[in-house]
Write a protein of this length. Structure first.
Length: 309
């Protein structure tokens, strides 16, 4: 064998790449928001002033809810793997590249769903487990296929997307309560500008994948921005429902108005002229909105007093 001859040896992924592939399959970034939302709902059911005694079960229940959400992300990618292969945004996902086999992904998703729902049912409340399972089924079997049929998919998808704080509340309280419902309504409306901005930024990808997202439809110029603004303005009164019902105080009210005003302003700029920079402005504002809103709820003295009374 000459000095110029070379034997190519296949090199597998590094441990970090291997873990990253499973994280992508689980949609880990979304999972962080889901877990945070569920934790907020659970902690409100326990009472913000409950201390470590309330934090520990709230965190445990939120982690179970996060596992079921991760299972939804896995099954979503299993169903859409052929569509993902057509879109630059998703063509490097592990099921598309072959890094993870479909069979393994299905088993992984089933394990996540089993651990999450069983944990909720045995450690907390059966109703919370049933709601979590229903959310998974709605996301996987209704919202995911609907994306190829109708732009109404965004409204349908917003329902399971808003469930985590309500499920978290039920896990601790055993039944839906006002704060679980307030946060459900707020996140339901919050999602529309968020998703419309994403859909506008990746409208060419969605067209290539055959998905019926509003900005990807013919003659849809301007619609995404205008709808984003309508929903951002709607979010203002919806997010203030706890104040109107006397369950939150001035700290929450002022903070929520500032957050909502910033979100509405970013949507107004996007509605005035749809550009990539303004769509990203809506997206970045939306990502900051939720954790700040949750902080306002948990830090508002009036909320703590209401639970202590």
């Amino acid at each position: 064998m000459s000095g110029h001859d070379r034997i190519d040896v296949a090199v597998g992924p590094t441990p970090l790449e291997w873990l990253a592939g499973w994280a992508v399959l689980s949609k880990a970034k979304i999972g962080v928001f889901v877990t945070l939302a569920a934790f907020t709902g659970a902690l409100l059911a326990a009472g913000p002033a409950s201390g470590v005694a309330g934090i520990a079960p709230a965190l445990e229940s939120a982690l179970y809810i996060g596992l079921v959400a991760a299972a939804s992300g896995v099954f979503n990618q299993v169903i859409e793997r052929e569509l993902d292969a057509r879109m630059p945004r998703t063509m490097l996902r592990p099921l598309v590249t072959g890094q993870i086999r479909t069979r393994d992904a299905v088993l992984y998703g089933a394990l996540l769903a089993l651990v999450g729902t069983t944990g909720l049912a045995t450690r907390f409340d059966v109703l919370a487990a049933l709601l979590s399972l229903a959310t998974l089924l709605a996301y996987t079997l209704v919202y995911t296929p609907l994306k190829r049929v109708s732009s109404f998919n965004t409204t349908v998808g917003a329902i399971p997307g808003a469930m985590p704080p309500l499920i978290g509340y039920v896990a601790i309280a055993g039944a839906p309560g006002p704060w679980g419902l307030y946060l459900f309504a707020t996140i339901f409306v919050w999602q529309f500008p968020h998703f419309l901005a994403i859909a506008w930024l990746y409208r060419d990808d969605y067209r290539a994948g055959g998905m019926k997202m509003l900005p990807a439809l013919p003659n849809s110029a301007g619609l995404a921005g205008r709808q984003a603004l309508v929903y951002a303005l709607t979010l203002l009164p919806v997010s203030l429902l706890p104040v109107l019902r006397g369950e939150a105080g001035a700290f929450y009210a002022i903070g929520t108005l500032i957050l909502g005003g910033g979100y509405a302003l970013s949507a107004a700029l996007f509605a005035h002229r749809e550009t990539a920079a303004r769509a990203r402005g809506v997206l970045f504002t939306s990502l900051a909105y939720l954790p700040l809103l949750f902080s306002l709820v948990l830090l508002d003295p009036a909320v703590s007093r209401a639970f202590a009374s």
